[in-house]
Write a protein of this length. Structure first.
Length: 488
């Protein structure tokens, strides 16, 4: 336009054109400079974005590694090492929660940056966001699982401490009960409480055993050692509790009752065939046995009630109570049988004591009679009155009066023997032999008087010799006199 204007001087036109060219050059230079700066800015931004992406990827890799490592944790200490907490028993740095906090924030990128290289940035960010979402969800789940594992491990540690404390207390209690000879039957309420505690601990230990076999805990030697120690303590304590549960006093009382019945049966057996002199003592013992059997009957009733209490208290079930129930049944039967025998023995021995007293009295009277008769026979023999009919008849009449006593003596002895009582020979048999010997002498005199036989030299046969008297019985009166006839 300046060139078309004739009024503009040439110099101005040229100067203007020069300035325009210079401005164009400077503008292009400015454009190049701006482009260079923009290029540097793009590169720097790209490096910054790449750094952020790399940092994000590194955090995600650490988080993924932390998740993998946390799977190996088996106890509270190891679990806590992977959480953002500091337990009292460790000083290890913890990372899962802190890493989660870092990766939870999305990577912020300007829209201008996305427009610079949309493909690269968008793909990287999409990949990161997908990984971050996956890992953050997994991390949250793992943190919750680790927290539960820590709580479970702490609960396990507390359980192991509690069972040791409980075991020490219960062991002391059971030892005290044992030293005092106290069983569950004596303290049923205490037994029921202990039974509940044992059942609770038994169930808890069974659950713990299953828990220890889960995951990495099955390889945790420390946990398994603790659990094995606790199980051993519980097993030893269970044996003590079984001894306490076992109705020792009940069983011993039952055994004592059975032994008492056996002793009473033996005592009653011994009362058969006893000597008559022991009848009074046997009667006293028999009466004592009756009283003992009454007491035993009460004991058996008590044992029956005790058995029912043991069943109701859960100490016995039907199977374990069966042998005791059978012993009690047999004991009741035996007590009844022995009771009848003892009462019969009392009645029998009362009769025997009465009969024996009569026997002794009769024996004394017979003894007195035999002594008197023997003395008179000796006296009359010395006085040579053996042929005196009045004297002989007097002796025969006296014998006849007392013969009933001898028969009564024999009858009493027979009755005593029928009642399984032995009578000493000195009481009856010896007297019968003496009486027979005296009767033989008396019969000899009587026959001699009746036949009026005298020897040619005025001598009488001798009847004083016992052997001759026995011979007299064998060979007859006349032959005996002839056999013993003596010449002067």
């Amino acid at each position: 336009m300046l060139a078309l204007d004739d009024n503009v001087p040439q110099s101005i036109t040229q100067s203007t054109r020069k300035r325009i060219r210079e401005l164009g050059d400077k503008w292009r230079e400015l454009e190049n400079t701006i482009e260079d700066h923009l290029s540097c800015a793009r590169k720097e931004q790209k490096r910054s974005v790449q750094k952020s992406i790399n940092n994000e990827e590194r955090l995600l890799e650490q988080l993924e590694k932390g998740l993998a490592d946390s799977e190996k944790a088996s106890d509270a200490e190891e679990c806590c090492e992977h959480l953002d907490v500091r337990p009292s028993f460790t000083f290890m740095p913890i990372n899962l929660e802190s890493l989660l906090e870092k990766v939870s924030k999305s990577l912020e990128v300007d829209e201008e940056i996305l427009s610079m290289d949309e493909s690269y940035v968008r793909d990287s960010l999409a990949r990161l966001n997908e990984s971050r979402q996956r890992l953050t969800d997994a991390t949250r789940e793992r943190i919750a699982a680790l927290s539960r594992a820590v709580a479970d491990c702490e609960r396990f540690e507390k359980q192991m401490a509690d069972i040791q404390q409980w075991s020490a207390h219960v062991s002391t209690l059971l030892d005290l009960r044992k030293s005092s000879d106290v069983s569950a039957l004596d303290v049923p309420d205490e037994y029921k409480e202990l039974a509940r505690e044992f059942a609770t601990w038994s169930t808890a230990l069974e659950k713990t055993a299953l828990w220890l076999e889960e995951g990495e805990r099955k390889n945790n030697e420390r946990f398994h050692d603790q659990f094995a120690h606790a199980k051993n303590i519980f097993a030893d304590l269970s044996q003590k509790f079984a001894d306490f549960k076992h109705p020792k006093a009940f069983e011993e009382k039952l055994e004592r009752t059975v032994h008492k019945l056996s002793d009473i049966e033996n005592s009653l057996d011994d009362m058969t065939g006893i000597e008559a002199i022991f009848c009074a003592d046997a009667l006293t013992e028999a009466k004592s046995l009756v009283k003992k059997l009454i007491a035993i009957e009460e004991d058996i009733q008590s044992l029956e009630k005790g058995k029912e209490q043991l069943i109701q208290g859960g100490i016995f079930d039907k199977e374990s109570a069966a042998p005791f129930a059978e012993k009690i049944r047999l004991g009741k039967k035996k007590t009844k049988e022995l009771g009848v025998r003892a009462e019969d023995a009392v009645e029998r021995l009362e009769d025997c004591v009465e009969m024996y007293n009569k026997l002794l009295k009769e024996s004394e009277q017979v003894e007195e009679f035999l002594d008197g008769l023997e003395n008179r026979l000796e006296k009359y023999a010395l006085e040579d009155k053996s042929d005196d009919e009045d004297v002989v008849n007097e002796l025969v009449n006296e014998w006849n009066r007392h013969e009933a006593s001898l028969r009564n003596l024999e009858e009493l002895e027979r009755l005593l023997r029928e009642n399984a009582v032995k009578v000493s020979e000195s009481v009856c048999a010896d007297k019968r032999r003496r009486a027979d010997a005296l009767k033989i002498r008396l019969d000899g005199w009587s026959r001699a008087v009746q036949t009026n036989i005298e020897d040619p030299f005025g001598r009488k046969p001798s009847f004083d010799d016992q052997t001759n008297a026995d011979n007299f019985q064998r060979i007859g009166t006349v032959n005996w006199i002839l056999a013993n006839f003596k010449l002067s």
